[in-house]
Design a protein around this ligand. Structure first.
Ligand SMILES: C[S@@+](CC[C@H](N)C(=O)[O-])C[C@H]1O[C@@H](n2cnc3c(N)ncnc32)[C@H](O)[C@@H]1O
Length: 275
């Protein structure tokens, strides 16, 4: 079988299970064949039997509902490779937006000390570290399993000296009072009442990464309550959230705040500054 035939076969197979069958088929064929999209289409070489068998296995995983990113094992986040697996949340474009915003503001601090809560794969922490070489980052997560993939990303990007990981529940165990210039988090924020209506693909991600409890604000409000203690004066807190969370936020008086829109014009980033 030739590459284009394999591509057509896969596109057909994926037709009923994903929104962009041709795109996903191409990504999977690139992965399995080691060829770029251009090479596949222009050279149209013969695909060895064994390689086709592996390709079929990947297609079956996808038709069984596994997210493409877990099959490939990595994503591109702000231009860098981030490894992901079934134990970690798949970073989203909205989070790239918040991280880009935080990088821009963090450049105004000298040797910024940054705390990330709920680091997951470490996409935010790694991007901050690469863009802010004079920063020191503490990255926490309640899930020891996701910290495994986070550590793999830290090692891959050679950031062991710049990012310290900690398995912790929210920010309760952190005792570094008035130490941080920046706190950033993309916590679980889907209201528990809405979890059952999520697309099947999202349900494949770890529940602990998406379940925000009642009204989606369980972790958000813990962070809001405690972060003024940990931030330096004029330190900044960024939290990714959804519009539905906003009426239930428990915002401390010692924070000036605004809620910024994301790239789609949706209320998405809580930005608080410690008075
Ligand atoms: C939406 S995911 C975000 C992951 C990553 N920061 C990103 O943006 O792709 C939320 C993360 O928070 C972690 N988490 C959930 N509850 C937590 C808690 N109480 N304390 C710390 N981390 C928590 C989850 O394990 C998950 O990795």
């Amino acid at each position: 079988m030739r590459l284009i035939e394999a591509l057509d076969y896969a596109t057909e197979e994926l037709n009923n299970c994903c929104e962009s069958p041709e795109f996903e088929a191409t990504v999977l064929l690139e992965e399995v064949s080691g060829k770029s999209k251009e090479e596949i289409l222009i050279k149209n070489e013969i695909l060895l039997k064994g390689v086709f068998k592996n390709f079929e296995k990947l297609i079956t995983r996808r038709t069984n509902g596994e997210p493409l990113q877990y099959i490939i094992g990595k994503i591109n986040f702000l231009g860098i490779d981030i490894f992901v697996n079934q134990k970690s949340f798949i970073p989203r474009v909205e989070t790239e937006f918040m991280t880009g915003y935080a990088i821009m503001e963090a450049k105004l601090f000298k040797n910024p000390r940054i705390l990330e809560i709920g680091t997951g794969s470490g996409a935010i922490a790694v991007s901050l570290a690469l863009n802010l070489p004079d920063s020191l980052i503490f990255a926490t997560d309640i899930s020891i399993e996701t910290l495994g993939i986070c550590k793999k990303n830290i090692a891959y990007h050679q950031l062991k000296n710049q990012i310290l990981t900690l398995c912790a529940d929210s920010i309760k165990p952190i005792r570094l009072i008035n130490q941080f210039d920046i706190i950033i988090s993309n916590p679980p924020y889907i209201p528990e009442e809405e979890l059952q209506y999520l697309p099947e693909l999202v349900k494949r991600e770890p529940r602990i990464a998406i379940d925000g409890g009642r009204n989606g604000v369980f972790i958000i409000n813990q962070i809001l309550r405690l972060s003024p203690l940990l931030l330096k004066k004029n330190g900044i807190l960024y939290i990714e959230l959804a519009k539905v969370n906003i009426p239930y936020l428990d915002i401390p008086e010692d924070l000036n705040f605004e809620v910024l829109d994301d790239h789609l014009g949706k209320k998405r980033i809580f930005r608080g500054v410690k008075k």
